[in-house]
Design a protein around this ligand. Structure first.
Ligand code: F0G
Length: 458
């Protein structure tokens, strides 16, 4: 008999989980203004809010932390970190930052001017926030395939090259860079093919526009290239990553994802002038350029995490768990962005709660229902996260409205996946009884989903 697939690690340390009753959850969610970001973690049974900073570090990472050098400048930890980033990405100049959005803040402070246009394959919300807060414009150039959740294509995160070229020709001289996000979180953790990465870089360079790779889940993207793209099946993940970055000008990274640490980020670039420019913003925002808001021990853990999470077995364990959950949802007939993404399943909330109008936020409503059902905290990546148009102040309803079941790395077992799937099935089975959604009572002008206060209708 062929042996079944199993995790490439075993568990050494555990943390208890807390269950609750539906009555307790009704009360807690009301107190949280129907915004799961406002819940306390102890009110949550299985936490799928994010895969960011929520992974379990390895014994090698924990032991590397003990060797952290906490010197203010020139710590050995910085050089370990710098060498590893250079080795993995093949980029020359490295600046640590305390997380991904801090890398965006430093780099964009240097590069983005009012009125600029910055195309990207579905900018992540903080990326979009950092662009729009500087009165520049983020234009989405993701392939149209991504909008059809039921269409099964291998690289749904790709850039639509014709759309990109149109933006580049219409805005000549006004595009400081393009953002290429791997994997494309906003449309479902969907990968970008090597072919598309190379074509995007070539097209941008034809117009003298540099490419910044938003790299939070770069290793998961490399896994998909290896398993889905012809010609890469025999390459190692590390070889694929080097090739992904061979034509890129810079990277911003949230180490909280594919470096499997609780906090950390960086900017990496081959442009010396960008490095010099960024230093000026790193020092006042993040701290001196050899620590960038991080402890020496954090830098050690990042170096180790980058090394081990660019190995095939680690990525296979992770992505197969996401696919296991997807197979359960298939069994129950629950629609999600197909195929399953690298870090999460994105349930098509608009299709599940199709009787709830967009104005009542189906994705946000489904998030509440799933929490009430079983204490599973997912999050909405949809009309709430999309924010209002900065000019018209209208809600932006043109994208997808998704419920993200985001799986932390090396944290939950497949038994937890079974619970999540069963909870969602229960909600799905009574979907026709959920007739009304939610209404905004208070919202922030930007990135409103973190703090928005809602009222339940009906
Ligand atoms: N870019 C992408 C593609 C991201 O997914 C994130 C964070 C960031 C940048 C910002 O990094 O959190 O370290 O400041 N995504 C998390 C998520 C928060 O839940 O998807 P950060």
């Amino acid at each position: 008999m062929e042996l079944p697939f199993a995790e490439s690690w075993k568990i050494k340390m555990v943390e208890p989980l807390r269950k609750s009753t539906r009555e307790q959850r009704e009360q807690w969610l009301k107190e949280a203004h129907y915004n799961v970001f406002q819940l306390k973690s102890e009110q949550v049974y299985i936490d799928l809010l994010t895969d960011s900073g929520t992974g379990a570090m390895s014994q090698e990472q924990w032991s590397a932390m003990m060797l952290g050098d906490e010197s203010y400048a020139g710590a050995t930890s910085f050089y370990k970190f710098e060498n590893m980033v250079k080795k993995i990405f093949g980029l020359d100049y490295i600046i640590p930052t305390h997380q991904g959005r801090a890398a965006e803040n430093v780099l964009f402070s240097y590069l983005v001017k009012e009125g600029n246009v910055i195309p990207g394959n579905a900018h992540f919300d903080t990326t979009k926030g950092h662009i729009e807060s500087r009165k520049a414009k983020a234009i989405d150039v993701t392939t149209l395939d991504a909008k059809d959740t039921q269409k099964e294509v291998p690289f749904k995160g790709n850039v639509d090259l014709a759309k990109l070229e149109q933006v580049l020709t219409e805005n000549k001289g006004n595009v400081p860079f393009m953002v290429l996000t791997v994997t494309n979180n906003t449309v479902g953790g969907q990968p970008v093919s090597m072919e598309n990465i190379k074509a995007t870089c070539a097209l941008c360079h034809k117009y003298n526009v540099p490419v910044v790779m938003d790299s939070a889940r770069f290793a998961e993207n490399a896994y998909f290239i290896k398993t889905r793209e012809k010609g890469y099946e025999n390459k190692t993940i590390k070889e694929i990553v080097l090739e992904m970055y061979a034509d890129a000008d810079a990277a911003t990274m949230s180490c909280k994802k594919d470096a499997i640490v609780n906090m950390g980020g960086f900017i990496a670039t081959r442009k010396k002038e960008w490095f010099e420019g960024c230093k000026l913003f790193c020092i006042p925002f993040e701290g001196y350029i050899t620590y960038g808001g991080l402890n020496g021990r954090d830098l050690n853990a990042i170096a180790q995490g980058l090394d081990e999470n660019t190995e095939f077995d680690m990525l296979e364990t992770r992505i197969k768990q996401v696919q296991y959950l997807a197979a359960k949802l298939d069994e129950y007939g629950i629609p999600y962005q197909r195929p399953a993404g690298g870090h999460a399943i994105f349930v098509d909330a608009d299709k599940v709660l199709d009787q709830i109008p967009k104005e009542e936020f189906p994705g946000q409503t489904l998030t509440c229902e799933l929490y009430l059902e079983a204490g599973v905290r997912a999050c909405e990546i949809g009309y709430m996260v999309a924010d209002r148009d900065p000019v018209t102040r209208e809600n932006r309803f043109e994208g997808l409205d998704l419920l993200r079941l985001c799986i932390p790395r090396r944290v939950y077992t497949n038994n937890h996946m079974d619970v999540i799937a069963a909870a969602l099935k229960n909600v799905y089975d009574r979907r026709n009884e959920i007739k009304r959604g939610v209404e905004i009572v208070w919202e922030a002008p930007l990135m409103r989903h973190f703090t928005v206060q809602l009222k339940r209708l009906g």
